[in-house]
Design a protein around this ligand. Structure first.
Ligand SMILES: [Zn+2]
Length: 638
Protein backbone atom coordinates (compact mmCIF):
# COMPACT_ATOMS: atom_id res chain seq x y z
CA UNK A 1 0.00 0.00 0.00
CA UNK A 2 2.68 2.60 0.85
CA UNK A 3 4.41 1.86 -2.47
CA UNK A 4 1.22 2.56 -4.36
CA UNK A 5 0.81 5.79 -2.48
CA UNK A 6 4.27 7.02 -3.42
CA UNK A 7 3.63 6.16 -7.02
CA UNK A 8 0.39 8.07 -7.10
CA UNK A 9 1.90 11.16 -5.57
CA UNK A 10 4.79 11.07 -8.01
CA UNK A 11 2.29 11.24 -10.81
CA UNK A 12 0.42 14.29 -9.66
CA UNK A 13 2.95 16.17 -7.57
CA UNK A 14 4.74 18.24 -10.17
CA UNK A 15 1.63 18.66 -12.23
CA UNK A 16 -0.59 20.32 -9.71
CA UNK A 17 2.00 22.52 -8.11
CA UNK A 18 3.28 23.64 -11.44
CA UNK A 19 -0.24 24.44 -12.56
CA UNK A 20 -0.94 26.34 -9.38
CA UNK A 21 2.23 28.36 -9.49
CA UNK A 22 1.75 29.18 -13.15
CA UNK A 23 -1.81 30.31 -12.43
CA UNK A 24 -0.64 32.70 -9.75
CA UNK A 25 0.22 36.19 -10.94
CA UNK A 26 3.64 35.81 -9.32
CA UNK A 27 6.81 34.67 -10.96
CA UNK A 28 9.83 32.89 -9.69
CA UNK A 29 12.69 35.32 -9.35
CA UNK A 30 16.24 34.41 -10.15
CA UNK A 31 19.14 35.76 -8.17
CA UNK A 32 21.46 37.81 -10.31
CA UNK A 33 25.20 37.80 -10.16
CA UNK A 34 26.15 41.30 -9.11
CA UNK A 35 29.58 40.40 -7.84
CA UNK A 36 31.50 40.84 -11.10
CA UNK A 37 34.26 43.47 -10.92
CA UNK A 38 34.97 46.05 -13.58
CA UNK A 39 37.60 44.07 -15.43
CA UNK A 40 35.51 40.92 -15.61
CA UNK A 41 32.55 42.96 -16.83
CA UNK A 42 34.67 44.63 -19.53
CA UNK A 43 35.87 41.25 -20.81
CA UNK A 44 32.36 39.82 -20.92
CA UNK A 45 30.86 42.87 -22.61
CA UNK A 46 33.61 42.80 -25.24
CA UNK A 47 32.89 39.11 -25.87
CA UNK A 48 29.17 39.87 -26.23
CA UNK A 49 29.94 41.81 -29.42
CA UNK A 50 30.59 38.52 -31.16
CA UNK A 51 27.45 36.78 -29.93
CA UNK A 52 24.05 36.62 -31.59
CA UNK A 53 21.17 38.89 -30.59
CA UNK A 54 19.51 36.38 -28.24
CA UNK A 55 22.68 35.93 -26.18
CA UNK A 56 23.22 39.69 -26.07
CA UNK A 57 19.65 40.20 -24.88
CA UNK A 58 20.05 37.54 -22.18
CA UNK A 59 23.16 39.27 -20.77
CA UNK A 60 22.02 42.84 -21.17
CA UNK A 61 22.51 43.48 -17.47
CA UNK A 62 26.29 43.19 -17.88
CA UNK A 63 26.21 46.10 -20.32
CA UNK A 64 24.08 48.28 -18.04
CA UNK A 65 26.15 47.37 -14.96
CA UNK A 66 29.34 48.39 -16.70
CA UNK A 67 27.68 51.55 -18.02
CA UNK A 68 26.62 52.43 -14.46
CA UNK A 69 30.20 51.90 -13.29
CA UNK A 70 31.53 54.31 -15.95
CA UNK A 71 28.84 56.79 -15.04
CA UNK A 72 29.84 56.63 -11.38
CA UNK A 73 33.50 57.19 -12.28
CA UNK A 74 32.54 60.27 -14.30
CA UNK A 75 33.55 58.60 -17.54
CA UNK A 76 30.67 60.20 -19.45
CA UNK A 77 31.57 59.30 -23.02
CA UNK A 78 32.18 55.61 -22.25
CA UNK A 79 28.93 55.49 -20.26
CA UNK A 80 26.97 57.08 -23.11
CA UNK A 81 28.38 54.61 -25.60
CA UNK A 82 27.43 51.61 -23.46
CA UNK A 83 23.93 52.82 -22.54
CA UNK A 84 23.34 53.49 -26.21
CA UNK A 85 24.56 50.01 -27.07
CA UNK A 86 22.31 48.36 -24.47
CA UNK A 87 19.29 50.39 -25.51
CA UNK A 88 19.74 49.39 -29.12
CA UNK A 89 19.26 45.81 -27.93
CA UNK A 90 16.32 46.62 -25.64
CA UNK A 91 14.87 50.09 -26.08
CA UNK A 92 11.96 49.49 -23.69
CA UNK A 93 14.07 50.24 -20.61
CA UNK A 94 12.80 53.75 -20.01
CA UNK A 95 14.75 54.15 -16.77
CA UNK A 96 17.98 53.68 -18.75
CA UNK A 97 16.78 55.94 -21.55
CA UNK A 98 16.36 58.65 -18.92
CA UNK A 99 19.90 58.15 -17.57
CA UNK A 100 21.19 58.37 -21.12
CA UNK A 101 19.26 61.62 -21.65
CA UNK A 102 20.86 63.11 -18.54
CA UNK A 103 24.35 61.96 -19.61
CA UNK A 104 23.82 63.44 -23.08
CA UNK A 105 22.78 66.69 -21.38
CA UNK A 106 26.02 66.68 -19.40
CA UNK A 107 28.11 66.10 -22.51
CA UNK A 108 26.45 69.00 -24.29
CA UNK A 109 24.63 66.88 -26.89
CA UNK A 110 21.37 68.74 -26.28
CA UNK A 111 19.56 67.66 -29.43
CA UNK A 112 20.09 63.95 -28.71
CA UNK A 113 19.27 64.53 -25.01
CA UNK A 114 15.99 66.20 -25.99
CA UNK A 115 15.00 63.24 -28.16
CA UNK A 116 15.70 60.72 -25.42
CA UNK A 117 13.86 62.74 -22.76
CA UNK A 118 10.84 63.14 -25.06
CA UNK A 119 10.80 59.39 -25.56
CA UNK A 120 10.64 58.76 -21.82
CA UNK A 121 8.12 61.55 -21.32
CA UNK A 122 5.73 60.05 -23.87
CA UNK A 123 6.17 56.32 -23.41
CA UNK A 124 7.17 55.47 -19.81
CA UNK A 125 4.32 54.20 -17.61
CA UNK A 126 6.04 54.94 -14.28
CA UNK A 127 4.87 58.43 -13.32
CA UNK A 128 8.09 59.30 -11.45
CA UNK A 129 10.10 58.63 -14.64
CA UNK A 130 7.73 60.87 -16.58
CA UNK A 131 8.13 63.62 -13.98
CA UNK A 132 11.92 63.37 -14.19
CA UNK A 133 11.83 63.43 -17.99
CA UNK A 134 9.74 66.57 -17.81
CA UNK A 135 12.39 68.18 -15.59
CA UNK A 136 15.10 67.33 -18.13
CA UNK A 137 12.94 68.74 -20.90
CA UNK A 138 12.32 72.03 -19.11
CA UNK A 139 16.02 72.30 -18.17
CA UNK A 140 16.67 72.15 -21.91
CA UNK A 141 14.14 74.94 -22.47
CA UNK A 142 11.45 72.69 -23.91
CA UNK A 143 7.98 72.76 -22.36
CA UNK A 144 5.71 69.90 -23.33
CA UNK A 145 2.39 71.31 -24.47
CA UNK A 146 0.31 68.24 -23.65
CA UNK A 147 -0.96 69.43 -20.31
CA UNK A 148 -2.97 72.43 -19.35
CA UNK A 149 -3.96 71.79 -15.78
CA UNK A 150 -6.21 74.86 -15.49
CA UNK A 151 -8.99 73.45 -17.62
CA UNK A 152 -12.06 75.73 -17.51
CA UNK A 153 -14.89 74.61 -15.24
CA UNK A 154 -18.02 73.41 -16.93
CA UNK A 155 -19.72 76.75 -17.66
CA UNK A 156 -22.33 75.62 -20.15
CA UNK A 157 -23.93 73.08 -17.84
CA UNK A 158 -23.26 70.16 -20.12
CA UNK A 159 -23.26 66.53 -19.12
CA UNK A 160 -20.46 66.24 -16.63
CA UNK A 161 -18.86 63.10 -15.26
CA UNK A 162 -16.76 63.59 -12.14
CA UNK A 163 -13.71 61.36 -11.71
CA UNK A 164 -12.90 60.79 -8.05
CA UNK A 165 -9.36 59.57 -7.24
CA UNK A 166 -9.46 56.89 -4.57
CA UNK A 167 -6.09 56.67 -2.85
CA UNK A 168 -2.80 57.28 -4.68
CA UNK A 169 -3.51 57.68 -8.41
CA UNK A 170 -1.21 58.76 -11.26
CA UNK A 171 -2.73 62.24 -11.62
CA UNK A 172 -0.80 63.02 -14.79
CA UNK A 173 -2.21 59.92 -16.46
CA UNK A 174 -5.69 60.75 -15.18
CA UNK A 175 -5.44 64.27 -16.60
CA UNK A 176 -4.34 62.97 -20.00
CA UNK A 177 -7.16 60.44 -20.04
CA UNK A 178 -9.68 63.04 -18.92
CA UNK A 179 -8.77 65.42 -21.75
CA UNK A 180 -8.78 62.76 -24.43
CA UNK A 181 -12.02 61.17 -23.26
CA UNK A 182 -13.62 64.60 -23.27
CA UNK A 183 -12.40 65.34 -26.80
CA UNK A 184 -13.66 61.97 -28.04
CA UNK A 185 -17.11 61.91 -26.43
CA UNK A 186 -18.09 65.54 -26.00
CA UNK A 187 -18.92 64.78 -22.38
CA UNK A 188 -17.27 67.10 -19.87
CA UNK A 189 -15.03 65.15 -17.52
CA UNK A 190 -13.68 66.76 -14.37
CA UNK A 191 -11.48 65.49 -11.57
CA UNK A 192 -12.78 65.93 -8.01
CA UNK A 193 -10.54 68.18 -5.95
CA UNK A 194 -10.91 65.98 -2.90
CA UNK A 195 -10.14 62.35 -3.47
CA UNK A 196 -11.57 59.58 -1.32
CA UNK A 197 -9.55 57.41 1.00
CA UNK A 198 -10.22 53.79 0.01
CA UNK A 199 -9.43 52.62 3.56
CA UNK A 200 -7.75 49.35 4.44
CA UNK A 201 -7.61 46.62 1.78
CA UNK A 202 -10.43 44.09 2.11
CA UNK A 203 -8.39 41.14 0.90
CA UNK A 204 -4.85 40.36 -0.11
CA UNK A 205 -3.66 38.32 -3.05
CA UNK A 206 -3.22 35.39 -0.68
CA UNK A 207 -6.99 34.64 -0.74
CA UNK A 208 -6.88 34.11 -4.48
CA UNK A 209 -3.54 32.30 -4.34
CA UNK A 210 -4.89 29.82 -1.78
CA UNK A 211 -8.13 29.38 -3.71
CA UNK A 212 -6.28 28.55 -6.93
CA UNK A 213 -3.85 26.23 -5.18
CA UNK A 214 -6.61 24.36 -3.33
CA UNK A 215 -8.75 24.15 -6.51
CA UNK A 216 -5.74 22.70 -8.26
CA UNK A 217 -5.15 20.13 -5.53
CA UNK A 218 -8.84 19.19 -5.46
CA UNK A 219 -8.84 18.87 -9.23
CA UNK A 220 -5.75 16.63 -9.31
CA UNK A 221 -6.03 14.31 -6.32
CA UNK A 222 -8.64 11.56 -6.36
CA UNK A 223 -11.37 12.82 -4.05
CA UNK A 224 -11.31 9.78 -1.77
CA UNK A 225 -7.55 10.02 -1.31
CA UNK A 226 -7.78 13.76 -0.65
CA UNK A 227 -10.39 13.25 2.05
CA UNK A 228 -8.34 10.45 3.65
CA UNK A 229 -5.27 12.66 3.81
CA UNK A 230 -7.22 15.62 5.15
CA UNK A 231 -8.89 13.49 7.80
CA UNK A 232 -5.56 12.08 8.97
CA UNK A 233 -4.27 15.64 9.42
CA UNK A 234 -7.53 16.73 11.14
CA UNK A 235 -8.21 19.14 8.30
CA UNK A 236 -11.35 19.94 6.28
CA UNK A 237 -11.56 20.98 2.63
CA UNK A 238 -12.29 24.53 3.82
CA UNK A 239 -9.00 24.49 5.74
CA UNK A 240 -7.16 24.29 2.41
CA UNK A 241 -8.33 27.88 1.84
CA UNK A 242 -6.40 29.03 4.91
CA UNK A 243 -2.64 29.58 4.99
CA UNK A 244 -2.15 27.32 8.06
CA UNK A 245 -4.27 24.50 6.64
CA UNK A 246 -2.56 24.58 3.26
CA UNK A 247 0.89 24.71 4.88
CA UNK A 248 0.08 21.68 7.03
CA UNK A 249 -1.25 19.78 4.04
CA UNK A 250 1.79 20.50 1.84
CA UNK A 251 4.15 19.50 4.65
CA UNK A 252 2.28 16.24 4.95
CA UNK A 253 2.64 15.57 1.21
CA UNK A 254 6.33 16.44 1.13
CA UNK A 255 7.00 14.15 4.12
CA UNK A 256 5.39 11.25 2.32
CA UNK A 257 7.62 11.04 -0.70
CA UNK A 258 11.18 11.84 -1.57
CA UNK A 259 10.26 12.35 -5.19
CA UNK A 260 8.24 15.40 -4.27
CA UNK A 261 10.21 18.63 -4.82
CA UNK A 262 11.97 19.33 -1.52
CA UNK A 263 11.63 23.08 -1.57
CA UNK A 264 7.90 23.05 -2.17
CA UNK A 265 6.90 24.12 1.32
CA UNK A 266 9.36 27.01 1.44
CA UNK A 267 8.45 28.00 -2.13
CA UNK A 268 4.80 27.96 -1.07
CA UNK A 269 5.58 30.16 1.93
CA UNK A 270 7.58 32.58 -0.21
CA UNK A 271 4.77 32.92 -2.78
CA UNK A 272 2.20 33.27 -0.02
CA UNK A 273 4.17 36.14 1.52
CA UNK A 274 4.41 37.80 -1.91
CA UNK A 275 0.68 37.36 -2.47
CA UNK A 276 -0.10 38.84 0.95
CA UNK A 277 1.59 42.06 -0.14
CA UNK A 278 -0.87 42.51 -3.00
CA UNK A 279 -3.76 44.58 -1.76
CA UNK A 280 -7.27 43.97 -3.05
CA UNK A 281 -10.17 46.34 -2.47
CA UNK A 282 -13.82 45.38 -2.45
CA UNK A 283 -15.30 47.34 -5.36
CA UNK A 284 -18.80 47.09 -3.88
CA UNK A 285 -17.66 48.79 -0.68
CA UNK A 286 -15.81 51.49 -2.63
CA UNK A 287 -18.86 52.19 -4.77
CA UNK A 288 -21.10 52.46 -1.70
CA UNK A 289 -18.60 54.88 -0.12
CA UNK A 290 -18.48 56.95 -3.31
CA UNK A 291 -22.25 57.26 -3.42
CA UNK A 292 -22.31 58.38 0.20
CA UNK A 293 -19.52 60.96 -0.16
CA UNK A 294 -20.76 62.30 -3.50
CA UNK A 295 -24.54 62.53 -3.42
CA UNK A 296 -26.19 63.69 -6.63
CA UNK A 297 -26.14 67.46 -6.70
CA UNK A 298 -22.77 67.82 -4.97
CA UNK A 299 -21.46 68.89 -8.37
CA UNK A 300 -24.41 70.79 -9.84
CA UNK A 301 -23.99 69.47 -13.40
CA UNK A 302 -22.74 66.00 -12.58
CA UNK A 303 -24.66 63.19 -14.20
CA UNK A 304 -22.39 60.59 -12.70
CA UNK A 305 -19.35 59.87 -10.53
CA UNK A 306 -16.63 57.35 -11.29
CA UNK A 307 -14.13 56.39 -8.60
CA UNK A 308 -10.63 55.77 -9.99
CA UNK A 309 -8.21 53.51 -8.14
CA UNK A 310 -4.73 52.22 -8.96
CA UNK A 311 -5.06 49.02 -6.91
CA UNK A 312 -6.64 45.68 -7.75
CA UNK A 313 -10.38 45.66 -7.09
CA UNK A 314 -12.59 42.67 -6.66
CA UNK A 315 -16.33 42.25 -6.87
CA UNK A 316 -16.48 38.57 -5.98
CA UNK A 317 -15.88 36.84 -2.69
CA UNK A 318 -13.29 34.60 -4.31
CA UNK A 319 -11.11 37.68 -4.76
CA UNK A 320 -10.91 37.55 -8.57
CA UNK A 321 -9.87 40.89 -9.96
CA UNK A 322 -12.42 43.09 -11.72
CA UNK A 323 -11.92 46.05 -14.03
CA UNK A 324 -14.92 47.99 -12.83
CA UNK A 325 -18.04 47.78 -10.72
CA UNK A 326 -21.23 49.71 -11.37
CA UNK A 327 -24.94 49.15 -11.60
CA UNK A 328 -26.05 50.08 -15.12
CA UNK A 329 -27.83 53.40 -15.31
CA UNK A 330 -27.28 54.25 -11.66
CA UNK A 331 -24.75 57.06 -12.04
CA UNK A 332 -22.00 55.55 -9.89
CA UNK A 333 -19.10 53.31 -10.76
CA UNK A 334 -15.62 52.37 -9.61
CA UNK A 335 -12.82 51.37 -11.97
CA UNK A 336 -9.17 50.45 -11.72
CA UNK A 337 -6.42 50.92 -14.29
CA UNK A 338 -4.09 48.50 -12.49
CA UNK A 339 -5.02 45.62 -14.79
CA UNK A 340 -3.95 47.68 -17.82
CA UNK A 341 -0.42 48.40 -16.60
CA UNK A 342 2.69 46.73 -17.97
CA UNK A 343 3.81 45.77 -14.47
CA UNK A 344 0.57 43.85 -13.85
CA UNK A 345 0.50 42.17 -17.25
CA UNK A 346 4.27 41.48 -17.45
CA UNK A 347 4.52 43.51 -20.64
CA UNK A 348 6.94 46.16 -21.87
CA UNK A 349 5.91 49.57 -20.47
CA UNK A 350 4.01 51.57 -23.09
CA UNK A 351 2.22 54.67 -21.85
CA UNK A 352 0.11 55.35 -24.97
CA UNK A 353 -1.21 51.79 -24.77
CA UNK A 354 -2.00 52.19 -21.05
CA UNK A 355 -3.74 55.51 -21.77
CA UNK A 356 -5.70 54.03 -24.65
CA UNK A 357 -6.99 51.12 -22.54
CA UNK A 358 -7.92 53.54 -19.78
CA UNK A 359 -9.83 55.84 -22.16
CA UNK A 360 -11.77 52.94 -23.68
CA UNK A 361 -12.74 51.57 -20.30
CA UNK A 362 -13.72 55.02 -19.05
CA UNK A 363 -15.89 55.69 -22.11
CA UNK A 364 -17.54 52.27 -21.75
CA UNK A 365 -18.20 52.81 -18.05
CA UNK A 366 -19.59 56.27 -18.72
CA UNK A 367 -22.11 54.83 -21.15
CA UNK A 368 -23.00 52.17 -18.61
CA UNK A 369 -23.61 54.48 -15.68
CA UNK A 370 -25.67 56.80 -17.89
CA UNK A 371 -27.90 53.84 -18.72
CA UNK A 372 -27.08 53.28 -22.40
CA UNK A 373 -26.87 49.75 -23.69
CA UNK A 374 -23.71 47.99 -24.80
CA UNK A 375 -23.01 48.23 -28.51
CA UNK A 376 -23.05 45.08 -30.63
CA UNK A 377 -20.47 46.54 -33.04
CA UNK A 378 -17.17 45.00 -31.87
CA UNK A 379 -15.11 47.99 -33.04
CA UNK A 380 -17.20 50.55 -31.12
CA UNK A 381 -15.74 51.79 -27.83
CA UNK A 382 -19.05 50.87 -26.12
CA UNK A 383 -18.73 47.19 -27.13
CA UNK A 384 -18.36 44.77 -24.25
CA UNK A 385 -14.86 43.39 -23.63
CA UNK A 386 -14.12 40.22 -21.72
CA UNK A 387 -10.49 41.03 -21.05
CA UNK A 388 -7.68 43.45 -21.76
CA UNK A 389 -6.87 41.78 -25.08
CA UNK A 390 -10.47 42.50 -26.22
CA UNK A 391 -10.05 46.10 -25.11
CA UNK A 392 -6.92 46.37 -27.23
CA UNK A 393 -8.84 45.08 -30.24
CA UNK A 394 -11.68 47.61 -30.14
CA UNK A 395 -11.44 51.23 -31.22
CA UNK A 396 -11.37 54.38 -29.08
CA UNK A 397 -14.29 56.01 -30.93
CA UNK A 398 -18.05 55.74 -30.81
CA UNK A 399 -19.67 54.09 -33.82
CA UNK A 400 -22.16 56.27 -35.76
CA UNK A 401 -25.13 54.66 -34.00
CA UNK A 402 -23.82 55.29 -30.47
CA UNK A 403 -22.60 58.73 -31.50
CA UNK A 404 -26.18 59.49 -32.58
CA UNK A 405 -27.65 58.30 -29.26
CA UNK A 406 -25.15 60.32 -27.29
CA UNK A 407 -25.59 63.52 -29.31
CA UNK A 408 -29.33 63.25 -28.97
CA UNK A 409 -28.94 62.73 -25.24
CA UNK A 410 -26.48 65.61 -24.82
CA UNK A 411 -28.90 67.95 -26.58
CA UNK A 412 -31.75 67.10 -24.23
CA UNK A 413 -29.83 67.39 -20.99
CA UNK A 414 -29.82 70.96 -19.73
CA UNK A 415 -29.04 72.38 -16.30
CA UNK A 416 -31.71 71.15 -13.92
CA UNK A 417 -32.85 68.38 -16.27
CA UNK A 418 -32.21 65.03 -14.66
CA UNK A 419 -30.65 62.16 -16.56
CA UNK A 420 -32.77 59.00 -16.91
CA UNK A 421 -31.16 57.15 -14.03
CA UNK A 422 -31.98 59.92 -11.60
CA UNK A 423 -35.52 60.01 -12.89
CA UNK A 424 -35.75 56.22 -12.58
CA UNK A 425 -34.54 56.43 -9.02
CA UNK A 426 -36.96 59.23 -8.21
CA UNK A 427 -39.86 57.35 -9.80
CA UNK A 428 -38.99 54.16 -7.92
CA UNK A 429 -39.03 56.19 -4.72
CA UNK A 430 -42.45 57.62 -5.62
CA UNK A 431 -43.79 54.11 -6.33
CA UNK A 432 -42.49 52.96 -2.94
CA UNK A 433 -44.41 55.82 -1.36
CA UNK A 434 -47.53 54.98 -3.35
CA UNK A 435 -47.51 58.30 -5.25
CA UNK A 436 -48.31 56.68 -8.57
CA UNK A 437 -49.56 59.69 -10.55
CA UNK A 438 -46.36 61.60 -9.87
CA UNK A 439 -44.34 58.49 -10.63
CA UNK A 440 -46.07 58.24 -14.01
CA UNK A 441 -45.21 61.88 -14.80
CA UNK A 442 -41.62 61.20 -13.86
CA UNK A 443 -41.60 58.14 -16.05
CA UNK A 444 -42.79 60.22 -19.02
CA UNK A 445 -39.88 62.60 -18.54
CA UNK A 446 -37.37 59.76 -18.42
CA UNK A 447 -38.93 58.13 -21.45
CA UNK A 448 -38.60 61.34 -23.49
CA UNK A 449 -34.96 61.73 -22.53
CA UNK A 450 -33.96 58.29 -23.67
CA UNK A 451 -36.74 56.19 -25.20
CA UNK A 452 -34.37 53.25 -25.71
CA UNK A 453 -33.26 53.11 -22.10
CA UNK A 454 -34.15 49.66 -20.82
CA UNK A 455 -34.24 50.78 -17.18
CA UNK A 456 -36.97 53.24 -18.09
CA UNK A 457 -39.06 50.58 -19.85
CA UNK A 458 -38.64 48.24 -16.89
CA UNK A 459 -39.72 51.08 -14.64
CA UNK A 460 -42.99 51.37 -16.54
CA UNK A 461 -43.57 47.64 -16.10
CA UNK A 462 -43.03 48.09 -12.37
CA UNK A 463 -45.47 51.01 -12.35
CA UNK A 464 -48.12 48.87 -14.05
CA UNK A 465 -47.45 46.10 -11.55
CA UNK A 466 -47.73 48.34 -8.50
CA UNK A 467 -50.88 50.08 -9.72
CA UNK A 468 -52.59 46.73 -10.30
CA UNK A 469 -52.51 47.02 -14.10
CA UNK A 470 -51.29 43.45 -14.23
CA UNK A 471 -52.51 42.76 -17.79
CA UNK A 472 -50.51 45.72 -19.08
CA UNK A 473 -47.48 44.72 -17.03
CA UNK A 474 -47.57 41.17 -18.41
CA UNK A 475 -47.93 42.44 -21.99
CA UNK A 476 -45.02 44.84 -21.57
CA UNK A 477 -42.80 42.14 -20.04
CA UNK A 478 -43.63 39.78 -22.90
CA UNK A 479 -42.70 42.48 -25.39
CA UNK A 480 -39.45 43.33 -23.56
CA UNK A 481 -38.50 39.65 -23.37
CA UNK A 482 -39.02 39.25 -27.10
CA UNK A 483 -36.96 42.32 -27.96
CA UNK A 484 -34.17 41.85 -25.41
CA UNK A 485 -33.39 38.13 -25.29
CA UNK A 486 -29.76 39.00 -24.51
CA UNK A 487 -30.59 40.93 -21.32
CA UNK A 488 -30.79 38.73 -18.22
CA UNK A 489 -32.08 41.70 -16.20
CA UNK A 490 -35.33 41.71 -18.22
CA UNK A 491 -35.83 38.02 -17.58
CA UNK A 492 -35.06 38.46 -13.88
CA UNK A 493 -37.55 41.34 -13.60
CA UNK A 494 -40.20 39.21 -15.29
CA UNK A 495 -39.57 36.20 -13.03
CA UNK A 496 -39.77 38.52 -10.05
CA UNK A 497 -43.13 39.81 -11.29
CA UNK A 498 -44.42 36.24 -11.72
CA UNK A 499 -43.22 35.23 -8.25
CA UNK A 500 -45.14 38.13 -6.71
CA UNK A 501 -48.46 37.06 -8.27
CA UNK A 502 -48.70 33.44 -7.29
CA UNK A 503 -52.34 32.79 -8.17
CA UNK A 504 -52.96 35.52 -10.71
CA UNK A 505 -54.97 35.59 -12.92
CA UNK A 506 -57.83 34.09 -10.94
CA UNK A 507 -60.53 32.03 -12.56
CA UNK A 508 -59.90 29.51 -15.29
CA UNK A 509 -56.33 30.72 -16.03
CA UNK A 510 -55.34 30.55 -12.37
CA UNK A 511 -51.57 30.61 -11.85
CA UNK A 512 -50.85 31.42 -15.49
CA UNK A 513 -48.17 34.01 -14.62
CA UNK A 514 -46.22 31.65 -12.46
CA UNK A 515 -46.45 28.87 -15.07
CA UNK A 516 -45.25 31.24 -17.77
CA UNK A 517 -42.41 32.41 -15.53
CA UNK A 518 -41.32 28.85 -14.79
CA UNK A 519 -41.38 28.04 -18.49
CA UNK A 520 -39.28 31.11 -19.35
CA UNK A 521 -36.85 30.23 -16.57
CA UNK A 522 -36.41 26.70 -17.84
CA UNK A 523 -35.95 27.92 -21.41
CA UNK A 524 -33.24 30.36 -20.34
CA UNK A 525 -31.43 28.05 -17.94
CA UNK A 526 -28.86 26.70 -20.38
CA UNK A 527 -28.01 30.25 -21.45
CA UNK A 528 -27.85 31.98 -18.09
CA UNK A 529 -26.81 29.11 -15.82
CA UNK A 530 -23.79 31.11 -14.70
CA UNK A 531 -25.69 34.32 -13.98
CA UNK A 532 -26.19 34.42 -10.20
CA UNK A 533 -29.00 37.02 -10.30
CA UNK A 534 -31.00 34.96 -12.78
CA UNK A 535 -30.42 31.77 -10.76
CA UNK A 536 -31.52 33.52 -7.59
CA UNK A 537 -34.70 34.96 -9.11
CA UNK A 538 -35.56 31.68 -10.80
CA UNK A 539 -34.96 29.94 -7.46
CA UNK A 540 -37.26 32.40 -5.71
CA UNK A 541 -39.94 31.76 -8.33
CA UNK A 542 -39.52 27.98 -7.95
CA UNK A 543 -40.02 28.41 -4.20
CA UNK A 544 -43.21 30.38 -4.79
CA UNK A 545 -44.32 27.75 -7.31
CA UNK A 546 -43.92 25.18 -4.51
CA UNK A 547 -41.02 23.35 -6.09
CA UNK A 548 -38.61 23.60 -3.15
CA UNK A 549 -36.21 20.87 -4.36
CA UNK A 550 -35.68 22.69 -7.62
CA UNK A 551 -35.46 26.04 -5.76
CA UNK A 552 -32.75 24.66 -3.50
CA UNK A 553 -30.61 23.54 -6.45
CA UNK A 554 -30.93 26.89 -8.21
CA UNK A 555 -30.11 28.88 -5.09
CA UNK A 556 -27.13 26.73 -4.21
CA UNK A 557 -25.81 27.18 -7.73
CA UNK A 558 -26.24 30.94 -7.56
CA UNK A 559 -24.38 30.91 -4.22
CA UNK A 560 -21.37 29.21 -5.78
CA UNK A 561 -20.92 32.31 -7.96
CA UNK A 562 -21.62 34.92 -5.34
CA UNK A 563 -22.71 34.63 -1.72
CA UNK A 564 -25.22 37.30 -0.72
CA UNK A 565 -27.39 37.66 2.33
CA UNK A 566 -30.63 37.57 0.34
CA UNK A 567 -29.75 34.28 -1.36
CA UNK A 568 -28.94 32.65 1.94
CA UNK A 569 -32.18 33.92 3.50
CA UNK A 570 -34.21 32.48 0.62
CA UNK A 571 -32.25 29.23 0.80
CA UNK A 572 -32.99 29.06 4.50
CA UNK A 573 -36.73 29.44 3.85
CA UNK A 574 -36.55 26.78 1.13
CA UNK A 575 -34.72 24.36 3.45
CA UNK A 576 -37.31 25.00 6.15
CA UNK A 577 -40.01 24.06 3.68
CA UNK A 578 -38.07 20.89 2.87
CA UNK A 579 -37.90 20.15 6.62
CA UNK A 580 -34.11 20.33 6.61
CA UNK A 581 -33.86 22.27 9.82
CA UNK A 582 -30.08 22.01 10.19
CA UNK A 583 -29.47 23.26 6.67
CA UNK A 584 -32.03 26.02 7.13
CA UNK A 585 -30.36 27.16 10.32
CA UNK A 586 -26.92 27.13 8.74
CA UNK A 587 -28.11 29.16 5.76
CA UNK A 588 -29.80 31.61 8.11
CA UNK A 589 -26.61 32.08 10.12
CA UNK A 590 -24.61 32.61 6.92
CA UNK A 591 -27.13 35.23 5.81
CA UNK A 592 -26.92 37.04 9.14
CA UNK A 593 -23.15 37.06 8.93
CA UNK A 594 -23.08 38.43 5.39
CA UNK A 595 -25.90 40.96 5.81
CA UNK A 596 -23.65 42.91 8.16
CA UNK A 597 -21.08 43.50 5.43
CA UNK A 598 -23.17 43.05 2.27
CA UNK A 599 -23.35 46.51 0.75
CA UNK A 600 -26.06 45.47 -1.66
CA UNK A 601 -28.35 43.89 0.89
CA UNK A 602 -31.58 45.76 1.03
CA UNK A 603 -33.20 45.14 4.43
CA UNK A 604 -36.53 46.60 3.25
CA UNK A 605 -37.39 43.39 1.37
CA UNK A 606 -37.27 41.58 4.64
CA UNK A 607 -36.14 38.17 3.52
CA UNK A 608 -34.68 37.99 6.97
CA UNK A 609 -38.17 37.92 8.45
CA UNK A 610 -39.39 35.35 5.95
CA UNK A 611 -36.51 33.01 6.78
CA UNK A 612 -37.04 33.53 10.50
CA UNK A 613 -40.79 32.84 10.29
CA UNK A 614 -40.16 29.74 8.21
CA UNK A 615 -37.61 28.49 10.73
CA UNK A 616 -40.20 28.78 13.49
CA UNK A 617 -43.00 27.36 11.36
CA UNK A 618 -41.28 24.20 10.14
CA UNK A 619 -39.48 22.43 12.97
CA UNK A 620 -37.57 19.36 11.92
CA UNK A 621 -40.19 16.62 12.21
CA UNK A 622 -38.15 13.86 13.86
CA UNK A 623 -36.25 16.05 16.32
CA UNK A 624 -39.23 18.24 17.14
CA UNK A 625 -41.39 15.24 18.02
CA UNK A 626 -38.85 13.63 20.28
CA UNK A 627 -38.34 16.91 22.11
CA UNK A 628 -42.06 17.19 22.68
CA UNK A 629 -42.20 13.64 23.99
CA UNK A 630 -39.45 14.36 26.47
CA UNK A 631 -41.17 17.52 27.62
CA UNK A 632 -44.48 15.76 28.00
CA UNK A 633 -42.87 12.93 29.94
CA UNK A 634 -41.14 15.28 32.35
CA UNK A 635 -42.90 15.74 35.69
CA UNK A 636 -44.30 19.22 36.05
CA UNK A 637 -42.18 21.49 38.20
CA UNK A 638 -43.84 22.96 41.23
ZN1 LIG B 1 -21.58 51.66 -30.94
Amino acid sequence: MPVLLVKRITLFSFGFLFAAFVCSPLRFSFAQDFSLDKEALQTRVRQLDFQDADVQRAHLDWIFQLAALYEKEGNVSEAIELYDKGLRIDGWRWEHQLILAKLLCRSGATKAALEKAKLVYHYAEDSSLVDEAEEVLSALGFYPDGLKTSFPKNPSGQVEIVLVPMGPVDLRLLEEVRQEAQAKTGIVYSVATNGLNPGEPDLTGSNLFLKKLSDSIEGTLPLQRLIEMLTEEHLTREDLRTSEGMGKFLERISRETSVFPRGVVSEYQRQLLEAQKEERFDARRLRAGLEKAYPMGKYPNAQGYIGIISKVITASDGGDSSRAWFAPGQGYGVMTYRLFTASFRKEKPNRPRLRSRFIKELAYNTFQILGFQECSNPICVVAASENTANIDEKGEDLCPVCRGFLEDYLKKIKPGVYPPFRVVREANQLIDEGRYNEAMETFERAHQLNPKNLEVRLLLARLYDDTDHLEEALALYRDLLKKNPQEPQVLSAFLWFCANHTWWPYGQDEGLAIKEGMAEGEKALSRWNTDPVFLETYGWLAYKAEQPEWAERLLRQSLTYEATARRFYILSAVCSQLRKRGEALRAFQQAELISKKDHNYDPSHNFHQLAETMLQGYPDSSQGESEEVIQEGRPAER
